[in-house]
Structure formats: structure tokens, C-alpha cells
Design a binder for this molecule. Structure first.
Ligand SMILES: Nc1nc2c(ncn2[C@@H]2O[C@H](COP(=O)(O)OP(=O)(O)OP(=O)(O)O)[C@@H](O)[C@H]2O)c(=O)[nH]1
Length: 908
């Protein structure tokens, strides 16, 4: 029975352990799943933003060309080719560029494979007119498609850039034509990371012609829109696309997590099993299986409560710990993302400066508001702009003759007053640096720099010349030989070629920012984080670091770029190496450095129309660990507190339950031992305990009453028994007829008195008495009268023997005997005589007796007990004497004379 119960407990615990483990695993799986969902949502958001950005960067691609065509609509085919060629070269996702005059396409690049497009009229292609109309109505870029491309059958989106008749306000002019830039959609998706089989979700896109959810599905499985896990909107310049994502099936639960969880569950189960198996039993001993040791209720309850509470607390603690970990993880990612985002914003803001400034100036030049022939006025204008743009380092013009006119803010040194730089042909293109006063007037000459500065050899000039349009040029070291080293820095910026009315080349405008400024911005962002942020080119060459280490080395006049993975700053170097190892354009990883763990987070940033850069951020993990460890510590403390409170609660509760029961059981024990004193010791408010106390009290009262009754009954019965015993004793020692001692008592008394007399060496007398002619009496008066006569003789005998040492007994029939101690012969004879006389004196009528009354004959014997005599001899002697009395006439006393005399003499 007990064994079966123990087996049941073991099975119960195993099932409980299994259940707890399964539930914990289920919760963890769900948590993992929701984490995966969150991560996917974040990834989709990032990639969608990337797509928006990539599209956004491609949209204004044809703007400079449009500006050029607006100014000069009749450019010959070769010039058109020269203008479109660099665009196609720089942007690998461009499939072709087509230019229409009015609505008829007059130029397409490349021509090979696109011959069908040439001469095509949009007016005759209604499916294309929609996008064209939108662009014309907006008087700006519009995104059309996606459409299957005539050439490849692949999907392409088309940016329609209309251009209008020029003048002061180009917005009012009539439509001159359109530039159609065809972009490969799949390539676009690849660039933004959306076309990647490794993505954790499947994708579909809808919203052809920017119609959003009303538009057709043009990419992926349309079904996805019905059962999407995630949806997002992609905002286009004149419409929307919708993106739907469905999470791919999980690759399975991480086996390590399962191992941990199941191991924990198994340990918990083992712990519980140990508690159950050794609950209240000695660990070993012969009685282990025979009997269950009794355990106090308090201990029993405490253990049971703990058995119940411990798994709950353990599971609760574990879940809280996991939640805290997850919160910490979220916090960590959020912080890293926030800093990444701020860096990203700053970088975007930084690179927007040269683009904005240059676009403005190029537009001014196109409108004839900047006159290259008036360099003084031009530089004055530049200085004004420089004052408004604190990030701008250079705004310059390089003329077709190699002259140089610039306004500048020196990136280094104490003296940051604006400078005016000029290298004129008249001066042999010697570089002169002047300080500029607040009114933008030329001040003192600071330095004579390069002896023969030729703007045409500078990278910005060459880039603009090569592209024929506004273009980013690669980062380069400034070539201003300033003695104070104020220009010992690198710059990056945009350059745009300027053309005259008749298309003649006038020079190159450039707006440039010193990368030192960017380093400063990055330093501001990461100042209190203990980490670094840096910007590098796609090949890893550093552009700026928040730690402001040099980003290039000088070898003579040559500058050698430093890669992030070779930076002097160990953290930048470690991060650069991590990024190089991973080889992806964005990612997140952890790296150890000097015993500190860092989160390295990087992403790519594509300059609009320019190169793609890498933004890296490395943050020490203690930044995240501090709040996290606080959280974890709190969770652990709370779990411990709950554990202690549970222990205390279990003990208190057990005590509270066990204490009154203990008192009651001790009381019941006292009651069992017959101690009725004392009142009910417990007055509990708990119904069951109260009832038990009342029941025990009632039982005690009943038992007390019952015991008292029993005691009284026993007392009465004992008294009765004693009386009966006494009566029995009396009856067994008394002759029923006469009330004298019977023969048994006579025999015992004689033996006892004989012994006593022998010890005292005193004589013992025996008197034998027999009624004379009693047969006759019976015969005459009847047997009843005979009995009555016997009683009367006995009463006389009793009355005559009142001494303490005398015993009168019925010897048998009508014969009586008297034992008399302490009497000599004379006394014995006298006693006999008095009895005889007393009987006769009673005068009981006896008609058949010679005297007419009842008489008695008596024989007396007396002996001092010796070795040669005995009680039997004494009886015999008395009997002989009686016989003599009978034979000598009756009614007389005879003595056993011979012996008696001798005896008496001896005694006397
Ligand atoms: N009524 C009555 N008679 C008894 C009792 N015991 C003995 N007897 C009678 O006593 C008589 C004794 O008679 P016997 O021994 O012959 O002697 P006796 O008639 O007394 O003559 P002696 O002794 O020679 O004088 C008998 O007849 C018995 O029946 C008794 O308890 N009650």
C-alpha cells in the first residue's frame, strides 16, 4: 500500500517536472518566435528605408542633364552621348537613358538592343503615357512602372524627368522633352538587400505606378498580401508601393537552449524527487521499508508547501530572468541603433552641405547670375555663402585656364578666420592666401602657397570634367601649401562643370567639406558613450573617426590613406577588422579589446549620386550592461526575496495550522491518561479545528461521567461481594441448625489451640456433650421438635462458654463439643457441670426421660500437649469419659480420670 503510494508520488513528480519543462520550453519558443518577428520587422523597416533611399538617390540622377537640356535643347547627338555615358558608367543599375524632344524619343544610350525605342512616341503608347503625364503635371521627376523591359524582359522602373523651356523661371516654360532613366528593379532590390534568398522572410511588392495597395502586385507571390506577417509602405516621390513579408519557417529551436531548459527541468525534477523520496524518512536503516516514521505536522506541511512553491518560484524566477535578458538585449540594440541613426543623420547632413551649395551655385551659373569673368565678385559671393554654412570648407572656381578663386574656412589651427585664395594667371598662378575681415574684404596676405597652382590638375576639376555634370569626387588631401598647416587635412565634395551660352566650357565649381569637421561631429555624438564612430569608403579607407586619428600618412608629398583595419586607434582598428572579416555591407558583432567587450555596428550609406560609404559604431558593452545588470540584480533579488518570504510563509502557515492541532493532541493524550482536569486548551477560529476541540471536550465530559458511574458501580458491587464473602465464610464455619461452629471449624480450632497450648506448655481441655434419650425424644415429639431441642441445648451451651479461649461446636448429630484453653482440670469439670446443670435447668419437657426433662451427659478430658499425645488422643479421652457418663446413669459429668489426674498434676 505504502509502496504504491510512493510510486504514485514519483510518477506525479515526474509528470510535474515534464509539464513544467514543456511549458517553459513552449514559452521560450514563443518568446524566440516573437523575437524573430521583431527582428524581421526591424530588418524589413531597415531594408525598406534602404530601398526608399536608393530610389531617392536615383531619382534626381538626370536633373543636371535636364538643366543642361533646358538651357540647350538642341544639343547634338555626340554631346548627348557624352552627357549620358558617365551616368550609365557610374550607376550599374541603369539599364538605359532615353531622351525625347517633345514626346518622341530622339536619343537612347546604349543604342545596342534599344533600337526599337528610338523614334518611339509616348503619345502612341498609352501604357507609358500615365507616367509621362504625371511627370509633366508635377513639372518634376516621376517614377513609372515597374514594367517588363522590352530588351531583357526583366522588370524595370523608369524615372521620367521632364525639362521645360528655360528663362528666369523654368517652371513656367513649355515642355521641351523628357529624360527617361530606366532602372533594373531586381538590381535595385539587390542593392537595398531585399533580393536576398537568405532573408528570413518571403517578400511581395505591389503598387504599380505608385498606386499603393490599389496597384498591381509586380514582385513576389500575390498571396503574401493575404497572409502577411508584416506590411510596410515605401514612399515614392509621387506615390507609394506596399511591401508584404511572410516569415519563413523557423530553422528550429536552438539545440543549446533546449539543452539548458531540459537540463534545468531535469534538475528541478530530481530535486523534487529527492524531496518526495526522503520526505520524513531516515536515509537508511532496516525500518526504511517497514514503517513510515511519523513526522511532525509542521515539518510535513512546510516541506509540502515548499515542494509546491519552489517549482513555481523557480519557473517564475527563470521567466523573469529571461524577460530581463530580453529587455536588456532590446535596450542594447535600441541604444546601438539610436547612436547609429544619429551618426547616420549627421553624416547625411554633412554630405548634404556640398550638394546643396553646389546645386545652388551651378543653377546660379546656369542662369547667368555667376559671372566667371568677375572672380572678385564671385569670391565675395562665395564668402557670403561660407558664412552661412559653418560646415563648408571650400567654395571654389577653377577656370578653364587653370586659375583658382576660392573662399575657405581653414579646417585646422587657432585662426579660423575666413580666407580668400587666389591663383591667377597674372601672378603665374601662384597661390595667395588672404585673411578676410567681417565685411568680406580682403585683408592681410597670410601666406604664399604653391608657386604654380593649376586648378585643372586637381581631382575635383578632373572629376567634373570627366563626368560633364555635377559629381562627387573622391576624398583627397588639400594641396594648399599653407605654412601654418591650417590645410593639412582631407576633403571631399562635389564639383560641377560650367558651360557658357554656346556650350563652351567655362570652368569647374566645387563645394568641399573637410573630413576633420565630420570627425568633430562624430566625436560630439560618441563623447559620453566610451565608444567610437567612424566613416570609411567601401574599400575600407578611413574618412573620419570620432577619435580624430589621422586618416592618411604623408610620404614626401604623397599621401597614403589609412584603412579602418589599420587605424592607430585600437577600437577603430578592431572594428575595421571585424567589418572586413564579415564582408557584408551591414551587420553587428561583438569584439573584445583590452578586456572590454564592444558591440560593433555598421551599415552602408550611399551618397546621393555618389559612392557608398560605411558608417561604423563601436560601443562598450558596459554601457548596456550597467542598466541590464541592475535589472538582472533586481530580478535575482526579487526572486530571492520571494523565496525567503515563501520559506517564512511556509513555516508560519505550517505553524499556524499545526500549533492548535498539537495542543489538542497533547490534551487528548492527557485525557487518554485519565487526567480530566483542565479546560479545552484551544479556541480556534478555524471551523475544523474548533469542531475537533469541541468534539474532544464533549468526549472528555462523557468519559468523565461514564468513569464516575463505573467507579460507583464497582464500589457497590465490591461491597456486595464482600458481604456475600462474609456470609459465605459464616455459612462455611457455622452449623446451620444450631448456629454453633461446625465440625470443620472445630477441627481447625482444635489443631490451632493444640499448637498454641503446646508452645505455651499449657493444658487444653475438651468437653464432649450428648443429649440423653434423644432418640426417644424424636420419636415422641417428632423430628422438628427434636431440632428445636437441639437449638435450645446449643443456645445453653453457647451461653455457658463465653470466655475468649472457649469454642462451642456441634460435633455431629445430637453431640456437641467445647474446646477450652487456659483451664485446669477443676475448671474444666466446673465448666462441664455448669453446662449440664444449665441444660437441665432449662426443663425442656421429655416425657420419655426418667427425669421428665431433657438432660445431657458430658465427658471431660484435659491434656498438656506433648510429643507422645495428640488432639486425636484428647478427643478419644473425652469420648471415653462421655461414654462413662452415659453408662453410669446419664445426666452427669465424667472425666478421663487416670490421665487427666496425671496431666493435671503435672501441670499443677
Ligand atoms: N431431631 C433430631 N434428631 C436427631 C438429630 N441427630 C440425631 N438425632 C437422633 O438422635 C438419636 C440418638 O439416639 P441414640 O444415639 O440411639 O441415643 P439416645 O436415644 O439419646 O440414647 P442415649 O444416648 O443412650 O441416652 C437418634 O434417634 C437420631 O435420630 C437431629 O439433628 N435432629
Amino acid at each position: 500500500m505504502k509502496r504504491r503510494k510512493a510510486l504514485g508520488n514519483v510518477i506525479g513528480v515526474l509528470l510535474l517536472g515534464l509539464l513544467v519543462t514543456l511549458v517553459a520550453e513552449l514559452i521560450d519558443r514563443q518568446r524566440q518566435e516573437s523575437l524573430r518577428h521583431q527582428q524581421a520587422a526591424g530588418q524589413l523597416q531597415r531594408l525598406s528605408a534602404e530601398l526608399e533611399q536608393t530610389l531617392g538617390a536615383l531619382m534626381p540622377l538626370a536633373d543636371p542633364l535636364a538643366a543642361r537640356l533646358a538651357a540647350d535643347p538642341q544639343l547634338p547627338e555626340e554631346e548627348l552621348r557624352a552627357l549620358t555615358e558617365p551616368l550609365l558608367d557610374r550607376h550599374r543599375r541603369l539599364v538605359n537613358i532615353a531622351i525625347s524632344r517633345g514626346l518622341r524619343i530622339v536619343h537612347v544610350n546604349p543604342l545596342a538592343g534599344n533600337e526599337a525605342v528610338l523614334g518611339m512616341d509616348f503619345g502612341l503608347r498609352p501604357e507609358m503615357m500615365e507616367g509621362v503625364r504625371r511627370a509633366v503635371a508635377r513639372r518634376g521627376n516621376s517614377l513609372a512602372g515597374p514594367l517588363p523591359l522590352l530588351q531583357s524582359g526583366r522588370l524595370g522602373v523608369i524615372v521620367r524627368t521632364p525639362f521645360f523651356a528655360g528663362g528666369a523661371d523654368p517652371r513656367s516654360g513649355e515642355l521641351l522633352g523628357l529624360i527617361s532613366t530606366v532602372i533594373d528593379l531586381q538590381g535595385l532590390l539587390e542593392d537595398s538587400g531585399l533580393y536576398d534568398p537568405e532573408l528570413p522572410f518571403a517578400l511581395a511588392l505591389r503598387g504599380r505606378e505608385g498606386l499603393g495597395e490599389r496597384g498591381e502586385v509586380f514582385f513576389g507571390d500575390p498571396e503574401l498580401f493575404h497572409e502577411a506577417d508584416l506590411q510596410r509602405e515605401i514612399v515614392l516621390p509621387d506615390g507609394r508601393w506596399m511591401i508584404a513579408a511572410q516569415l519563413k519557417r523557423a530553422q528550429g529551436y536552438p539545440p543549446q537552449r533546449a539543452l539548458w531548459l531540459r537540463g534545468g527541468g531535469a534538475l528541478l525534477t530530481l530535486g523534487l524527487l529527492a524531496l518526495v523520496l526522503f520526505d520524513g524518512r531516515p536515509a537508511r536503516g532496516p525500518q526504511w521499508s517497514e514503517s513510515m516514521r511519523k513526522v511532525p505536522l509542521r515539518g510535513f506541511l512546510s516541506r509540502r508547501l515548499l515542494m509546491l512553491l519552489l517549482p513555481i518560484i523557480a519557473v517564475q524566477g527563470w521567466l523573469s530572468y529571461q524577460a530581463a535578458l530580453s529587455a536588456a538585449e532590446q535596450f542594447q540594440k535600441q541604444l546601438a541603433s539610436e547612436i547609429g541613426l544619429r551618426v547616420h543623420d549627421k553624416v547625411a547632413e554633412f554630405f548634404e552641405v556640398p550638394r546643396r551649395v553646389l546645386s545652388f551655385n551651378a543653377e546660379q551659373a546656369r542662369l547667368g547670375l555667376l559671372d566667371v569673368a568677375q572672380p572678385e565678385a564671385l569670391v565675395g559671393n562665395f564668402l557670403l555663402q561660407l558664412r552661412q554654412q559653418s560646415l563648408l570648407t571650400f567654395l571654389s572656381l577653377g577656370t578653364a585656364e587653370g586659375e583658382y578663386h576660392a573662399a575657405s574656412r581653414p579646417p585646422r589651427g587657432e585662426d579660423r578666420a575666413l580666407r580668400m585664395l587666389q591663383a591667377r594667371q597674372g601672378d603665374g598662378r601662384a597661390m595667395l592666401l588672404y585673411r578676410v575681415d567681417d565685411a568680406n574684404r580682403r585683408g592681410s596676405l597670410i601666406s604664399r602657397g604653391n608657386a604654380h597652382f593649376d586648378a585643372r590638375l586637381r581631382p575635383w576639376f578632373r572629376a567634373a570634367r570627366a563626368s560633364g555634370s555635377m559629381v562627387w569626387y573622391p576624398a583627397y588631401r588639400y594641396a594648399i601649401d599653407d605654412e601654418s598647416g591650417a590645410y593639412d587635412a582631407m576633403g571631399i565634395g562635389m564639383a560641377a562643370p560650367l558651360y557658357g551660352r554656346s556650350g563652351e566650357f567655362l570652368g569647374v565649381l566645387t563645394a568641399d567639406v573637410a573630413l576633420l569637421q565630420l570627425s568633430q561631429l562624430l566625436a560630439d555624438i560618441t563623447r559620453h558613450t566610451g565608444g567610437v564612430a567612424f566613416l570609411a569608403e567601401a574599400n575600407g579607407d578611413l574618412l573620419a573617426t570620432s577619435s580624430r586619428e589621422p586618416v592618411y600618412l604623408l610620404r614626401g608629398t604623397r599621401s597614403i590613406r589609412i584603412k579602418a583595419s589599420a587605424s592607430d586607434n585600437p577600437l577603430v582598428r578592431t572594428s575595421g577588422q571585424a567589418i572586413a572579416e564579415q564582408g557584408s555591407t551591414e551587420g553587428r558583432t561583438f569584439r573584445e579589446l583590452d578586456g572590454e567587450r564592444y558591440l560593433v555596428d555598421w551599415g552602408s550609406y550611399a551618397l546621393p549620386d555618389g559612392p557608398t560609404l560605411t558608417i561604423g559604431v563601436a560601443l562598450p558593452q558596459r554601457q548596456f550592461i550597467a542598466p541590464t545588470s541592475g535589472l538582472l540584480r533586481n530580478v535575482t533579488l526579487v526572486a530571492l526575496a520571494v523565496l525567503l518570504l515563501s520559506l517564512l510563509g511556509a513555516v508560519l502557515l505550517s505553524n499556524w495550522i499545526a500549533q492548535p492541532l498539537g495542543t489538542l493532541s497533547r490534551w487528548a493524550l492527557r485525557l487518554g491518561n485519565g487526567d480530566w482536569s483542565g479546560e479545552k486548551p484551544v479556541d480556534s477560529r478555524v471551523l475544523e479545528v474548533g469542531m475537533l476541540g469541541d468534539a474532544l471536550a464533549m468526549m472528555a465530559r462523557r468519559l468523565e461521567r461514564h468513569t464516575e458511574e463505573l467507579r460507583q458501580q464497582v464500589e457497590a458491587r465490591t461491597a456486595e461481594l464482600e458481604r456475600a464473602n462474609r456470609e459465605l465464610l459464616h455459612l462455611s464455619s457455622t452449623d446451620g441448625l444450631t448456629g454453633l461452629a461446625n465440625r470443620r471449624v472445630f477441627d481447625a480450632t482444635l489443631a490451632r489451640e493444640w499448637g498454641r497450648a503446646r508452645r505455651a506448655r499449657q493444658p487444653l481441655a475438651l468437653l464432649m456433650l450428648d443429649i440423653d434419650f434423644f432418640k426417644r425424644y424424636n420419636d415422641r415429639y417428632g423430628h422438628l421438635a427434636g431440632d428445636d431441642c437441639l437449638r435450645k441445648v446449643a443456645a445453653t451451651l453457647q451461653a455457658g462458654t463465653r470466655r475468649a479461649g472457649d469454642l462451642a461446636a456441634r460435633y455431629g448429630g445430637e453431640e456437641f463439643a467445647v474446646i477450652a484453653s487456659d483451664l485446669d482440670a477443676a475448671g474444666a469439670l466446673a465448666l462441664a457441670e455448669s453446662i449440664r446443670a444449665a441444660v437441665m435447668a432449662q426443663a425442656i419437657a421429655h416425657a420419655d426421660s426418667p427425669l421428665g426433662v431433657v438432660t445431657v451427659s458430658m465427658g471431660v478430658a484435659l491434656l498438656v500437649p506433648e510429643d507422645d499425645n495428640s488432639p486425636e488422643i484428647l478427643i478419644k479421652l473425652a469420648d471415653q469419659a462421655l461414654y462413662q457418663a452415659k453408662s453410669q446413669g446419664r445426666n452427669r459429668v465424667e472425666e478421663a480420670l487416670g490421665n487427666l489426674a496425671g496431666q493435671a498434676q503435672e501441670v499443677g
